[in-house]
Design a protein around this ligand. Structure first.
Ligand SMILES: C[S@@+](CC[C@H](N)C(=O)[O-])C[C@H]1O[C@@H](n2cnc3c(N)ncnc32)[C@H](O)[C@@H]1O
Length: 211
């Protein structure tokens, strides 16, 4: 990633705050760890891949050169300035950039989802809705990859009061309900702040799954 891209990201972070959820793009180590499971042991058929919250595209740039002819690579990114950057940067590639919220995205049957969404910044009801949206978008055997910053949620759950404490605790509860779906977890210390990457599958009973 170029330094100028980092500054562009910082500018958007200052402008959009909670929606961007970080002040600097994810580190190369974190992006590589997010990207790695997506194409590992891939089946011998075209894959439908969805990237959510791509920002300036540090994960996209790792994955795109590895996808095969016939694969689908959809990007859903809410921020119009990030979308403009992504369109320019990945023009002529198989990536398609969709400028909207993931909550309004209507496609389905994805095999893989990779998400950079800053869930810890969102209201708990939105976090629940986002996970339900992922389940709806996923093929039965699909999985999704996400990251969270280490310790921050747990620290917020004790260091905050009132509505904010309730919000963070509910998010931690939602995360604990997702544990049975977890396939892998990898901690990345080479990121500011350090992060945890989680790979999770889809519940068999999407409608009945309690979050
Ligand atoms: C922490 S940044 C991650 C950027 C990049 N993946 C990285 O790791 O550097 C989160 C991104 O999610 C996007 N975003 C936030 N809410 C969204 C939503 N509801 N739908 C789609 N994208 C969203 C933001 O605009 C931002 O680009």
């Amino acid at each position: 990633m170029k330094f100028a891209d980092g500054l562009k990201f910082l500018q958007e972070s200052l402008r959009e705050g909670n929606m961007v959820g970080a002040v600097w793009p994810s580190s190369p180590a974190l992006c590589a760890t997010m990207a790695e499971p997506i194409l590992r042991n891939r089946p011998d058929r075209p894959l439908r891949i969805l990237e959510v919250g791509a920002g300036l595209g540090p994960v996209t740039e790792i994955l795109l050169p590895q996808i095969r002819e016939g694969d689908t690579y959809d990007i859903v990114e809410l921020n119009p300035r990030f979308c403009a950057h992504l369109r320019e940067r990945f023009s002529g590639t198989p990536a398609t950039i969709h400028e909207l919220s993931i909550l309004d995205w209507k496609a389905d049957s994805y095999d893989r989802i990779v998400s950079g969404l800053p869930l810890a910044n969102f209201p708990a009801e939105v976090v629940e809705e986002i996970y339900r949206t992922f389940f709806r978008l996923m093929h039965k055997d699909a999985f999704f990859v996400m990251f969270e910053y280490l310790v921050i949620r747990q620290a917020l759950a004790v260091a905050t009061l009132g509505a904010e404490r309730k919000r963070v605790r509910r998010i931690l509860e939602i995360e604990s309900r997702l544990l049975p779906l977890q396939r892998e977890q990898i901690d990345i210390l080479a990121n500011v702040p350090p992060a945890r990457v989680r790979v999770r599958g889809r519940p068999d009973d999407v409608e009945g799954f309690v979050l």
